[in-house]
Design a protein. Structure first.
Length: 185
């Protein structure tokens, strides 16, 4: 019997936060990434081998409460077996926080793990079209190496969602409010 395809889940934390708030406006945002990744992987007949969560967090000198909340959340995710990567928000002249370096970190990790043949499926929880370039690059790597890695984009499905599509060049996997609520902490 052949083994199930190995999947690594990559969570673009801020992108998923905003898309879930659009799709499920009254739902809790305190979800368990590993539980959500497991649900999607099992539904596809895949074996989840790792969950990675990436986000920007507030600077504690600007937002002590927000920074503390994110610190607790990331600790809980780490205890649950997620590998987390966080960057401090960069602030513009108006004081608005901007996430910098998260998408490129996800892309680099995804390419490295592909080249190291550590997964058969890259399950990206994001709708960010910057990752369409990663999907194209994966196809080139697949051709060059002969080792095939598939990329899938998982995102919330709802009539209220602002964005109804996934990453171009990836398989689109939708989840609904019931799936979301079953994966809350």
């Amino acid at each position: 019997m052949a083994s199930l395809p190995r999947v690594i889940a990559f969570f673009d934390g801020q992108n998923l936060y905003h898309s879930s708030k659009s799709a499920f406006p009254n739902a809790s945002d305190d979800y368990n990434p590993k539980a959500l990744a497991t649900l999607i992987a099992k539904r596809q007949g895949w074996h989840l081998v790792q969950t990675r969560f990436y986000t920007a967090i507030p600077d504690q000198n600007r937002d002590r409460i927000g920074a503390k909340m994110w610190h607790r959340r990331l600790l809980r995710m780490n205890r649950d077996g997620c590998k987390t990567t966080a960057r401090i928000l960069r602030y513009d002249e108006s004081g608005r926080g901007r996430e910098k370096g998260i998408d490129i970190r996800i892309a680099l990790d995804l390419i490295r793990l592909t080249l190291n043949q550590q997964m058969d499926v890259a399950l990206v929880f994001s709708q960010d079209q910057d990752f369409a370039e990663v999907a194209s690059e994966l196809r080139l790597i697949n051709k060059k190496t002969g080792y095939f890695v598939r990329i899938a984009s998982a995102f919330p499905k709802s009539e209220l969602a602002n964005n109804k599509g996934g990453i171009n060049g990836a398989d689109w996997l939708r989840f609904d409010i019931h799936d979301w609520n079953n994966c809350l902490y």
